[in-house]
Design a protein around this ligand. Structure first.
Ligand SMILES: Cc1ncc(COP(=O)(O)O)c(C=O)c1O
Length: 421
């Protein structure tokens, strides 16, 4: 299969099924082998059984369209049931109301858009801004760029958590949303959600908790006896929260939930028009046509795993996280940026003049391991999945070998990118 070619032609005669599938498989030969547990970023894996359930459910509903659930009542019911189940993790009350979205970014886009529209309508704020820590996800900047909202980023504290006092100082009469992350992505620590939510409430501002990463795992880490500070809709002042099912829910890509404290707040998310010749067009999020694949996969995996399955998977992922974190913490050449609150960790070179941490990532990639590169500060980031309990020692051996090679070569690796165009 021709790659990166601008002159690739539609075949004059169609290929047969086997040829197409063979070509697709061949095209993926250089991809990270995430199904084998080699990815510590971008893909989530709880083993072949769970993947099989997700793939099969996805396949059956890939062509169904949740744009109109009159035609596809199955998708209406599945979305409603997924929201109910996820709502338990998120501390939903009988008032809470949410939507299924295509991912963390769409959930965040919608939280910002809903806050903008709410305060425009209810408080006549025409030039809104949001206040958040530098550690909050890049999707908030994207949301603000899309929806013409000012972003006010505030430096984190030395422990990488949001600085609530500094956030307070950045608020003005046009602030419509404060953000807390549970946990934030770059260093994997949980912000002071109670502090941020109470600040928001005292100033009559919305508060969104980005639990895209933690919405599943924090619920189960708490059950496993870990001390988890309050982080969900049970915290007074939290007005919305997001959780990605395609992360630690271990479902197929394209699945997230945004849950609002009540229906009034949620009402600012949707869009309805009949100002064209095609009749009423209503949609809950960014998409029009919305594949049933991610919805069915989420429903299927959640039912397949159940409460006990998620507890077990969280325990496995946490065990692997702790093994890796302790190894890094005791390593003469590495510094752990923060002991992980959940299943994410990041680390850097103890002495960057001796060891270039991106060179270590290069060596790991040569061995098939995909580890995220981030900055500032220059560091590597691991998202630890349940599958990694089985290969964390192998990964650690390769990490140690990669460090020795990077030290000996004295080379620098490239900074890479979290996301690409
Ligand atoms: C904390 C957090 N929020 C939001 C997102 C965005 O999610 P997505 O990539 O599904 O759009 C991520 C992705 O890693 C994340 O870690």
């Amino acid at each position: 299969m021709a790659q990166n070619s601008s002159s690739h032609q539609l075949p004059a005669q169609g290929m047969n099924f086997e040829q197409v599938i063979q070509a697709l498989d061949a095209s993926a030969s250089d991809d990270v082998q995430w199904r084998n547990g080699k990815a510590f970023s971008l893909a989530y894996n709880a083993g072949p059984e769970v993947l099989a359930v997700a793939d099969e459910a996805y396949k059956r509903f890939a062509g169904s369209n949740a744009l109109n659930t009159h035609a596809f009542p199955s998708l209406r019911n599945m979305q409603a049931e997924v929201l109910d189940m996820a709502g338990k993790w998120l501390g939903s009350t009988s008032e809470s109301a949410g939507y299924f979205t295509s991912g963390g970014t769409e959930s965040i886009l919608m939280a910002v858009k809903a806050a903008r529209d709410q305060y425009r309508r209810e408080s006549s704020i025409l030039h809104p801004n949001i206040v958040l820590a530098t550690s909050a996800h890049a999707a908030f900047d994207k949301a603000c760029a899309y929806f013409d909202v000012e972003v006010r980023r505030v430096a984190v504290q030395p422990d990488w958590r949001a600085d609530v006092l500094a956030m307070s100082g950045a608020i003005d009469a046009n602030t419509v949303l404060l953000v807390g992350s549970a946990p934030q992505y770059p260093q994997g620590v949980i912000d002071d959600i109670s502090g941020i939510a109470s600040l928001a409430k005292s100033r009559n501002i919305n508060c969104h908790v980005d639990a895209c990463m933690g919405g599943v795992s924090l619920a189960y880490l708490a059950k496993l006896g870990h001390q988890i500070p309050p982080w969900n809709l049970q915290v007074d002042g939290v007005t919305s929260i997001s959780v990605d099912l395609h992360k630690f829910g271990y479902t197929s890509k394209g699945a997230s939930v945004i849950m609002y404290a009540n229906k009034r707040l949620r009402s600012y998310q949707g869009f309805v028009t009949d100002a064209w010749l095609g009749g009423t067009y209503a949609s809950s999020g960014m998409l029009g046509t919305k594949s049933g694949g991610p919805i069915a996969a989420a429903w299927a995996v959640m039912h397949f795993l159940g409460d006990d399955g998620y507890l077990r998977l969280t325990q496995s992922a946490r065990a692997a996280t702790e093994i890796l974190a302790k190894h890094i913490d005791n390593h003469a050449e590495l510094s752990l940026l923060a002991f992980p609150d959940a299943l994410l960790l990041s680390f850097t070179a103890h002495d960057p003049s001796r060891l270039n941490i991106f060179a270590v990532a290069n060596e790991m990639w040569k061995r098939g391991w995909y580890i995220d590169r981030q900055q500032p500060p220059q560091s590597l980031h691991c998202t630890v999945n349940a599958i990694h309990e089985s290969n964390i020692e192998e990964m650690i051996n390769d990490l140690d070998a990669s460090i020795l090679i990077a030290l000996a070569s004295g080379q620098s690796g490239d900074a890479g990118a979290y996301g690409t165009l």
